[in-house]
Ligand binder design. Structure first.
Ligand code: FES
Ligand code: FES
Length: 205
């Protein structure tokens, strides 16, 4: 049973919206986001800081929400995967690139990877493939082999102007290899342009 005398008031801004809640000091930030605020896009896999599925932005820095108590985020501005898209009918350029490049399969890792890659691209808008792979090193994906994730991040980095790309079908059908058909630049196929080299996340696993 909760002792009311130990409850703590926290104020956080999540995806631009201010919240004030009274919580137990032991409440994890990941549980707060999912159960108190209903933001279930933040996934919980390992719950001990390994998988990266719970990655969010806290004051613009990436953080494992399973390793933080919500009281530690008091006064902070948090961004979850729900806060990436500009509206309910649009994807962010990075999300759009993941869709276009098939950067996910089951999708369990995807929210954490999107947040990590959003932070990477904000800091380094034109990362090399090695820098993308290094940026992905804190996020585990059991499905994709990472190649299309790297491709998606590369695609997003090539199309900063794609901030205007809406979640609507392109009227002109794709016609050639590597074309996205969604206003994004042509993609190198797997095996071209250095994709799939040694040292990529998941290589050999
Ligand atoms: S659930 Fe937080 S790192 Fe795995
Ligand atoms: S897409 Fe399934 S774990 Fe990454």
């Amino acid at each position: 049973m909760t002792d009311a005398s130990t409850m703590v008031e926290v104020r956080v801004t999540v995806n631009g919206r201010a919240y004030t809640r009274t919580v137990e000091p032991r409440l994890l930030l990941s549980d707060f986001l999912r159960h108190e605020l209903g933001l279930t896009g933040t996934h919980v896999g390992c719950e001990h800081g390994v998988c990266g599925a719970c990655t969010i932005l806290v004051d613009e820095d990436t953080a494992r929400s399973c390793l933080m108590f919500v009281v530690q985020a008091d006064g902070c501005a948090i961004t979850t995967v729900e806060g990436l898209a500009p509206s309910e009918s649009e994807l962010s350029p990075l999300q759009d690139a993941f869709w276009t490049a098939h950067g996910l399969q089951c999708g369990f890792c995807t929210p954490g990877i999107l947040i990590s890659m959003e932070a990477l691209l904000r800091e380094n808008p034109s990362p090399t493939d090695d820098e993308i792979r290094a940026g992905l090193s804190g996020n585990l994906c059991r499905c994709t082999g990472y190649q299309n994730i790297v491709k998606a991040v590369r695609l997003a980095s090539l199309a900063p102007q794609a901030s205007d790309v809406a979640l609507t079908p392109d009227p002109s059908p794709t016609s050639g290899r590597g074309e996205t058909g969604r206003g994004l630049p042509p993609l190198p196929l797997v095996g071209e342009g250095g994709w799939g080299g040694e040292g990529s996340p998941g290589a050999g696993s």
